[in-house]
Ligand binder design. Structure first.
Ligand code: F6R
Length: 618
């Protein structure tokens, strides 16, 4: 959470930092700030609100925008409410050192008390202001350079961070460090300029060369002299490795859509093709996944597979459980990473753990991986962000290749994660002899039809809009599904909650009568997945139960359905496919529905309140 940007070089730093912050707002957007150094003075501008609010302030005083060196921050509050004072950057007692920080310093209270006893005072409630003063105290006591002071201070810190620090007394350098929160450094031509950011999107138009710091690394960046990276713990030098970025500008722009979420919903056909491209060879009856092929015995000898994830990725994991158990006949458990990591689970070297994460940075999922590894389990990652912490921490893995997902509500991440899980289930099924070549071929051919089917399904947009208009004032909604579509019900409810702020619950349809049925009255919209393949008759009975209690029924049915049409208030048709792949289709109308309701309610679709795209704190 929180986004960091920085620049040091020959250009005006302000536009680079501000535009960079806008691209990083998905990480947090409750306050924003920027520090520029114009060669004489530090200009600090910060405010509660979004980067656009910050711009309003700086536009009134253009001198605040001057300088070739600067750092910026967009915040998701942890310590201290979102207000102007708690906004970053934070400045040290002497007024010389300035920091932007992403993460949490867990022992900040002890450090703060120690610093207070040495005469420091604090303006904000943040752990970050404690850290910059700790750096200042170390620098003063040790009479050392900034890089060394940062290093010594970080050795006294417990927690997670990515930071960038500026020192007015040495204005030609920036010090960057990371532990548990990502940070990338863009390297300009001939070491004449450097860009710092939580991900590479802020500097993609300036350079394709980037260095991703690893955990416990610290970089000292000096104009003309370049970057020196060392280990924070033992001071050893690190050989830096410059990566060529594949990210392009159009991937991180809205491309004519009103919102990133809508763009990403529409990108799903392509994203799914990109996910299975090169991995499915239907004619040969082969699924190729090097991460599995190289460790096939781990999977084949696994006593069980444990899937760990959070939020939408956890919902995809549930679909994965149904897929892997159904196709490959390996027992699967799906765990919330946040529970798994703290509940002393039984894990052995006979377990395979699959960690799913779009961002690859989710703190709880990362901690669950570390725990599983420490118990000897083999850990396989399914991530979207290439080179992310989870991708690096796992023994092997498969990328989803969905492209950047910027809307805070996950859409294409979900469907591409399910695509990878379907491939894994088929791969394991074929290796175990649980599926014949011809069945495998048929399944792959069905998979290849999914993108076109989603394209045609996206045309129901107007109908979904009409339904959204009818139910946009609802205060409570129920989402029901069975089998493979139970997780889709959970996901549908989550999408509505997070961007419309309407309370919604997802349930397995048959569970309704064990409690939620009490909620049903004539005001309650109930979204039911009633596709032909998948306990159809049972779901129809559940729909009848709703009808007899006057609930409003909005059903997702298979094209040509007649039975549900007669009972439901509204139906949305989806194309026919094999049951195991229906989640890839049934989820689309729910995504569109929550999108349209949020737009109609004038909510901030891409940046819903209180949320952030990557949850790097626990
Ligand atoms: C919901 C959503 C979150 C994420 C969750 C896990 O739309 O985006 O629930 O799915 O925070 O994030 P990743 O997949 O990045 O680990």
């Amino acid at each position: 959470m929180c986004g960091i940007t920085g620049y040091i070089g020959y250009r005006e730093a302000y536009p680079i930092i501000i535009n960079g912050l806008k691209r990083l707002e998905y990480r947090g957007y409750d306050s924003a700030g920027v520090m520029l150094y114009d060669g004489k003075e530090i200009q600090l501008s910060k405010t509660k609100g979004k980067v656009s609010d910050l711009e309003e302030i700086t536009n009134k005083e253009p001198e605040r925008k001057k300088g070739n060196i600067g750092i910026g921050h967009t915040r998701w509050a942890t310590h201290g409410v979102p207000n102007n004072v708690n906004s970053h950057p934070h400045i040290s007692k002497s007024g010389n050192l300035v920091i932007v920080h992403n993460g949490i310093i867990e022992n900040y209270d002890t450090l703060r008390k120690e610093l207070i006893s040495r005469g420091y005072t604090f303006k904000s409630d943040t752990d970050s202001e404690v850290l910059i003063n700790l750096i200042e105290e170390v620098k003063t006591q040790e009479n050392c350079k900034l890089g060394q002071a940062v290093q010594l201070a970080l050795n006294n810190v417990i927690g997670a961070y990515s930071i960038t620090v500026f020192d007015k007394t040495k204005p030609n350098e920036l010090v960057v460090a990371r532990l548990g929160s990502p940070i990338a450094i863009g390297v300009g031509e001939n070491n004449k300029e450097f860009f710092i950011a939580s991900d590479a999107s802020p500097f993609i138009e300036y350079t394709k060369d980037a260095i991703y710091l690893e955990d416990e690394e610290l970089a000292i960046i000096k104009i003309d002299k370049g970057i020196k990276v060392r280990k924070i713990k033992d001071d050893s030098m690190v050989d830096t490795h410059i990566q060529k970025l594949k990210l392009s500008l159009d991937q991180i722009e809205k491309g004519g859509y009103d919102h990133f979420m809508l763009k990403e919903i529409h990108e799903q056909p392509k994203a799914i093709i990109d996910t299975y491209r090169g991995r499915m060879l239907p004619n040969e009856g082969i699924i190729r996944m090097s991460g599995i092929d190289n460790h096939i015995n781990k999977f084949l000898n696994a006593e069980r597979i444990i899937i760990v994830a959070c939020g939408t990725s956890w919902h995809a994991g549930l679909v994965g459980e149904y897929l892997i158990e159904d196709k490959a006949r390996i027992p699967v458990e799906v765990e919330y990473a946040s529970e798994f990591r703290y509940r002393n689970p039984i894990i052995t070297s006979k377990d395979v753990v699959i960690a799913i994460s779009q961002s690859g940075e989710t703190a709880d999922t990362l901690a669950a991986i570390k725990l599983a590894k420490s118990k000897g389990a083999f850990v396989f990652g399914i991530c979207n962000v290439v080179g992310s912490s989870i991708a690096r921490e796992t023994h092997a893995g498969a990328y989803t290749h969905a492209g950047p997902e910027i809307g805070v509500a996950s859409t294409k991440a979900f469907t591409t994660q399910i695509t990878v899980l379907a491939l894994i289930s088929l791969k394991l099924a074929s290796k175990k002899g649980e599926i014949s070549k011809s069945e495998l071929r048929t399944f792959m051919q069905e998979m290849q039809l999914i993108p076109k089917k989603i394209e045609s399904l996206l045309k129901v947009d107007n109908k979904v809009k009409e339904i959204a208009a009818v139910y946009k004032e609802a205060t409570n909604c129920l989402y029901l599904g069975r089998g493979f579509n139970f997780p889709v019900a959970l996901e549908g409810a989550l999408k509505l909650k997070e961007i419309s702020y309407i309370h919604a619950e997802g349930y397995p349809a048959a569970e309704m009568k064990h409690g939620p049925i009490a909620l049903i009255d004539e005001n309650m919209p109930i979204f039911v997945i009633a596709t032909r393949k998948g306990h159809y008759e049972k779901v129809v009975s559940n729909i009848q139960e709703i009808k007899s209690r006057s609930g409003k029924i909005i059903a997702i049915v298979t094209e040509g359905d007649t039975q549900v049409k007669e009972i439901a208030d509204h139906v949305i048709e989806i194309p026919e496919t094999v049951e195991a792949l229906t989640p890839l289709l049934t989820t689309i109308p729910f995504q569109l529905l929550s999108y349209h309701i949020a737009v109609m309610l004038d909510k901030n679709v891409d940046q819903p309140r209180n949320l952030a795209k990557s949850v790097t704190v626990e």
